[in-house]
Design a protein around this ligand. Structure first.
Ligand SMILES: NC(=O)c1ccc[n+]([C@@H]2O[C@H](COP(=O)([O-])OP(=O)(O)OC[C@H]3O[C@@H](n4cnc5c(N)ncnc54)[C@H](O)[C@@H]3O)[C@@H](O)[C@H]2O)c1
Length: 276
C-alpha cells in the first residue's frame, strides 16, 4: 500500500501504548481512524487529541475476544467511513505464568484475547478489505512469538499462533494474487501500560504473584525492562513504514534475532532446545 491519504484504518487496543502509536502515525499520514478498546476513558482522550488535529476518528468499546463485538466494530467502521483499508490486530495482554501450574482460566483468557482476537479480526475484516480493493492487515505478536522463554507459557503460545496466522495468511493471499498485503509486528520491550492493564483485566483478578514468588520476580523484571523500552510512537511509525514498503516482519529490536539463531543452531547441532 503506497497511498495513505483518505484511507481507513481500524486499530484494536488503539487507546494506549503501541496501538496509540499506530493511530498517531496513521492519522499523521492522512488516514481516517477507528479505535477499538476496552478503556473507554482513554479512548475519549485520544479522540479529543485527534479531532483537535482535524483527524476523522471513530471510537468504540470492544472486547476483541468476543466475535460479535468484532463484527459490531466492522459495522461501525463501514457505517461511519464506508470502507476499511487497514486492520491492526493489536489489542493484547500478558502476565508471567509458569507452564507448570498456570490456571485454565488464565490459559483461556490469554489465548482468547491474544490469539482468538486476531483470528476474529482476520475473519471479519478480510472480506471488507478485499472489497475495498487495496489494503493491509497487521497483527501484533511479540519476540515471544518467535522464541519461547520461561514463565510466559500461555503468552508464548498465543504469540507464536499470531505469527503462524499471519505467515499462513500472507502465503495464501500471495498464492491467490490478492492485492491485500500483511505484516506481523514482533516487538521487544516497549514502554507501555501493558503490565498494569493486564493485571486490571485478568478475570480472576489475582495478583501475578499468586502464581508463586518466581512470577512476581519475573513481573518486576519485565516492568523494569518495559520502562527502559522503546517509545510506542516510534513503533507506530515502523508499522506505517512497513505497510508502505511491503515488509512482512516488523522488528523493533532486530538484534534479538540472535537468540532465534542460537536456538536454530542447537536444533541443527544436537537437537536440544538450547545449548549450555
Ligand atoms: N509493551 C511491550 O513491550 C510489548 C512487547 C511485545 C508485544 N507487545 C504486544 O503489543 C500489543 C499492545 O500492547 P501494549 O504494550 O501497547 O499495551 P497497552 O496496555 O499499553 O495497550 C493495549 C491496549 O489494548 C487494550 N485491550 C486489552 N485487552 C483488550 C481486549 N480484550 N479488547 C480490546 N482491547 C483490549 C487495553 O485497554 C490497552 O488500551 C499487545 O498485543 C502486546 O502483547 C507489547
Amino acid at each position: 500500500m503506497e497511498n495513505f491519504e483518505g484511507r481507513v484504518a481500524v486499530v484494536t487496543g488503539g487507546a494506549s501504548g503501541i496501538g496509540l502509536g499506530m493511530v498517531r502515525a496513521f492519522a499523521g499520514a492522512g488516514m481516517k481512524v477507528v479505535i477499538a478498546d476496552l478503556d473507554t476513558e482513554a479512548m475519549g482522550a485520544v479522540e479529543q487529541e485527534l479531532t483537535g488535529r482535524g483527524v476523522e476518528v471513530a471510537t468504540t468499546t470492544c472486547d476483541v475476544s468476543q466475535l460479535e463485538q468484532v463484527e459490531a466494530l466492522a459495522g461501525l467502521a463501514m457505517d461511519r467511513f464506508g470502507k476499511v483499508n487497514v486492520l491492526c490486530n493489536n489489542a493484547g495482554i500478558g502476565i508471567p505464568t509458569s507452564s507448570v501450574n498456570i490456571k485454565l482460566d488464565d490459559w483461556k483468557w490469554i489465548i482468547d484475547v491474544d490469539l482468538w482476537g486476531p483470528i476474529y479480526g482476520v475473519k471479519t475484516f478480510l472480506p471488507l478489505i478485499e472489497e475495498a480493493g487495496e489494503g493491509h492487515i497487521n497483527s501484533t505478536s511479540s519476540m515471544a512469538g518467535l522464541i519461547a522463554s520461561g514463565m510466559m507459557g500461555a503468552y508464548n503460545v498465543a504469540k507464536h499462533g499470531v505469527v503462524a496466522l499471519m505467515a499462513s495468511l500472507e502465503r495464501d493471499l500471495r498464492s491467490r494474487k490478492s492485492p491485500i498485503t500483511t505484516s506481523v509486528l514482533c516487538p521487544g520491550p516497549i514502554n507501555t501500560n501493558i503490565s498494569r492493564h493486564s493485571v486490571a483485566y485478568r478475570p480472576t483478578r489475582a495478583k501475578p504473584k499468586a502464581d508463586g514468588e518466581k512470577a512476581g520476580q519475573v513481573a518486576s523484571s519485565i516492568q523494569a525492562s518495559l520502562e527502559q523500552g522503546m517509545d510506542p510512537d516510534e513503533v507506530g511509525r515502523l508499522v506505517l513504514e512497513a505497510i508502505g514498503s511491503g515488509k512482512f516482519w516488523v522488528l523493533t529490536h532486530p538484534r534479538w534475532a540472535k537468540a532465534i539463531q542460537k536456538q536454530l543452531d542447537a536444533m541443527n547441532d544436537d537437537q536440544t532446545l538450547t545449548r549450555g
